[in-house]
Design a protein around this ligand. Structure first.
Ligand code: SAM
Length: 230
């Protein structure tokens, strides 16, 4: 069976979805989805030869070639002219996910929903959604094997009321408007550890010979923001 993290990601796909999993590695996610839904169809995209071969192997071993096509290529280039309505990008940093989305924006025209699972820097993905007309409709944060993961779901266009408020936009983009409201244990754990890291970094900067006022103030405001939500 696949990880709880990938199962959570999969839970945001509707039945009979036609989707792409970008950076699929072993193609565990599309295989899991297609085994459980014989009407689902997927493109597994991989940029690197090793993972691309692993993906092909898994799909062949599970005899899922009818449902899953493995394609080699950079990011969303593999869905060009393919009418997938959902895109999954999981298990990478938020900056890489945002770069893949930005570089492949032309191929997102038919994509209704993006499910992103950044391992770090989730705020970068939230900001990309926000600035590119993808409406954040759900977020989750979980802990598995000692690591904390976030899952963000964006729907293209105007999908109802914005989850953000004018007054707290910056804070909500950083922490996540849904996660901020729920403040689950993994959320608190993540930000407690971020706070510790920032306090340590601040101490180091203060100890360093060159005193950078701007940097110190930036750290102080970040620390204050975290302390406020905890
Ligand atoms: N999505 C899987 C998961 O969540 O378990 C695998 C995550 S794995 C850590 C990241 C994968 O993304 C690697 O296999 C890597 O080769 C692939 N990758 C990185 N940059 C990519 C890009 N620009 N386009 C397609 N795949 C990429």
């Amino acid at each position: 069976n696949i990880s709880e993290r990938l199962q959570l990601v999969a839970s945001f796909l509707p039945k009979r979805a036609f989707f792409a999993d970008i950076g699929s590695d072993h193609a565990y996610l599309p295989c899991f989805v297609c085994i459980n839904d014989k009407y689902a169809k997927a493109i597994a995209g991989e940029i690197n030869e090793g993972p691309y071969q692993s993906a092909k192997r898994t799909v062949e071993e599970l005899k899922l070639q009818e449902q899953i096509e493995v394609r080699k290529g950079n990011g969303l280039a593999v869905i060009k002219e393919t009418e997938v309505s959902h895109v999954v990008i999981a298990g990478m940093g938020g900056s890489l996910i945002s770069t893949i989305l930005a570089e492949g924006k032309a191929n997102l025209k038919k994509v209704e929903r993006i499910i992103a699972q950044p391992n770090v820097d989730a705020d970068t993905v939230r900001k990309w959604f926000f600035n590119n007309n993808y409406h954040l409709v759900d977020e989750k944060i979980i802990k598995e094997d000692g690591r904390i993961y976030e899952v963000l779901v964006g729907i293209r266009g105007n999908a109802g009321e914005s989850p953000y408020t004018k007054e707290n936009l910056d804070r909500e983009l950083l922490f996540g408007p849904f996660l901020l409201r729920e403040k689950t244990e993994p959320f608190k754990e993540k930000w407690r550890s971020e706070l510790e890291k920032k306090l340590l970094a601040l101490e180091q900067i203060k100890k360093a010979k060159i005193l950078d006022e701007n940097k110190i103030n930036q750290f102080k405001s970040e620390i204050a923001a975290i302390e406020e939500v905890l």
